[in-house]
Design a protein around this ligand. Structure first.
Ligand code: CU
Length: 290
């Protein structure tokens, strides 16, 4: 007769892990669409949104795939060591203590160096195409952040839009009355960014780019919007009590529609641009004190 301690039918550890993986991986991924996976869980609308988004997505996807492969190898080695070198019934005392294994030491040193160098050069290549982009703007648009709204100066067209703060309506959307930034499609844009008071941050999630707006340190974003549509933008730097209301709409429109829009601003009398005279600490004369 079998003793009660007799193990049941043997199923190898590898098999059990295989079953676990076969059940959980599809379950985890089944909630995701193909587009979500292709964009690496970035906003789906980022696909083709600007001339930079593809490079960002490729870097991101390449990075996590490379790290996932490395992770799987490391996890497999850990599990294998745990199982292969587990304490057995007849083991007594401490196991043999091992150290100074040159092949292992070299592996642990060389692999991270290769990984870090790989990421470094890939990142530099992407940055050269994106954050270092200095293509002269066919349209220059100045965005000024202020507590808690946005001003948009269409510098090339010499018109402006002054945004006002809009209370949240319980949804995530900025709402119809929130400031709306119009961008012409397929046009080299130079978006100049500045702040009128405290540190803000200009972020259109679908563009996969974000820039801090630091008073006195103007920045710019050179980009080409390549897909017409509606996007949302927001301030991404906690800038005070109503930071959460600092949202805006983005409309990427045809060049004709953009011309119509800027003309409508001119017709409303919004000519000229809203300059630094609206900044909180603006002194009319250099060096003058309040
Ligand atoms: Cu802000």
């Amino acid at each position: 007769m079998d003793s009660p301690n007799q193990p049941g039918p043997k199923r190898s550890w590898a098999k059990r892990l295989g079953i676990l993986g076969a059940v959980t991986v599809p379950a985890l991924l089944s909630g995701c669409t193909k587009e979500q996976i292709a964009t690496g869980f970035f906003p789906v609308e980022s696909k083709g949104a600007t001339n930079h988004t593809e490079a960002y997505t490729a870097l991101w996807n390449g990075a996590w795939i490379a790290l996932l492969v490395l992770g799987v190898v490391v996890w497999a080695l850990i599990l294998w060591a745990m199982i292969a070198y587990r304490r057995r019934k007849n083991d007594r005392g401490l196991p043999v203590q091992l150290r100074y294994s040159m092949p292992i030491e070299i592996l642990f040193t060389v692999t991270p160096i290769i990984v870090i160098l790989g990421f470094f050069f890939q990142s530099v290549q992407v940055m050269e195409k994106t954050t270092d982009d200095r293509t002269p703007g066919e349209q220059v648009i100045e965005v000024a952040g202020k507590q808690w709204a946005w001003d948009f100066n269409y510098v090339t067209e010499n018109v402006h839009y002054a945004g006002t703060q809009v209370p949240l309506d319980g949804t995530e959307a900025p709402g119809e009355n929130a400031p709306t930034l119009y961008l012409p499609v397929d046009t080299d844009l130079e978006i100049r960014l500045r702040s009128r008071d405290v540190i803000h941050s200009f972020w259109i999630p679908a563009f996969l780019e974000k820039r801090d707006m630091i008073p006195g340190h103007d920045q710019s974003l050179h980009v080409r919007a390549e897909k017409e549509g509606e996007y949302v933008g927001k301030c991404a730097e906690l800038c005070g009590e109503y930071h959460s209301e600092m949202l805006f709409n983005v409309r990427v429109v045809s060049q004709e529609e953009f011309a119509e829009y800027t003309q409508s601003l001119a017709d409303q009398g919004n000519t000229g641009i809203l300059g630094p005279e609206y900044d909180r600490n603006w002194y009319p004369k250099e060096g003058a004190q309040p």
